[in-house]
Design a protein around this ligand. Sequence first.
Ligand code: AHM
Ligand code: MG
Length: 340
Amino acid sequence: MSAHPTQLMSLSQYLIEEQLKLPQATGDFTALMSHLVYAAKVVSREVRKAGLLENILGATDQTNVQGETVMKLDEYADKIFTHTLTRCGHLCVMGSEEQEEIIPIPTGYKIGKYTIAIDPLDGSSNIDANVSIGTIFSVHLRTSPQGTPGVKEDLLQKGSKQRAAGYIVYGSSTMLVLCVGKGVSGFTLDPSCGEFILSHPEMKMPESGGIYSINEGNYDYWSDEVKNYIRNIKSIEGGRKPQSLRYIGSLVADFHRNLLKGGIFLYPNDTKSSKYPKGKLRLLYEVAPMALIAEQAGGMAVTVEGKRILDLEPEELHERTTFVVGSKKEVEHFLTFIKK
Ligand code: AHM
Ligand code: MG
């Protein structure tokens, strides 16, 4: 960034400007975001130190609610986000990938009007290999009465009702991509002053792209529609250029690259074994927030049956779904392969 410091906008300034556009805004959302950003900076600091400290890399002796190995950084990130956010006075309840049940506000702390569903550290199987990982979050307004403890139903709301969604990618730099209802903005953490600075205003996903991202090792498990689509985009029939495969295995990093460069990401369901019959990714804190960001950046997000992700009615906290997301023309092309 070569702009003079007086021309730069920090995330705090950005949030206050957004708040001032809404005469009815109370400042609660801005305050909630500042607590979330504090926790993200702490996680970013720990990720940057990984490898130096013995107690950060590697696995714990536990598995999470999904039956997956819990990494030490997973556990650390879960603790810092849930501790900070449940005590900030603006949430009524929280949900985390790492915790089976909803997380209540501890006794003695103010109960607020928002909910957050979070994947504290996504892509954690990549931690030990120094590959980009991330945090994904989704914010809703509660539906149960104000002032009472929040309930599961406050979290089980459609993606289209999200008040905000975002992700933090701990990559070659730490970046926060945020949608506060309308439009998408990207902020890069300046480690010298500890602030997220607006580096990517009004982000738009290219209308089409030349990248596809999918775990192709699962090919034999897919439906014929998904197989036909993947064969088609790799085909050179008629002199076409095949698309490039890029798959990191960290949703945040794969999504972020496709947002910037254009492309499509798919995680279909497993039709031949019982491992992921509904897909692997979780609706509330992985898929729905990414879908809001994609749509607000001009892209599309659907299930493998072609249903709009933001219209899905969640029934469970850790519900899984299939996910096809990316540039508008690429997702539309995918939809032409689905049987009517
Ligand atoms: P996690 O939440 O346990 O890290 O799992 C989610 C991750 C996503 O980041 C990524 O897109 C996907 O799992 C990769 O799965 P696979 O290894 O099956 O390709
Ligand atoms: Mg995850």
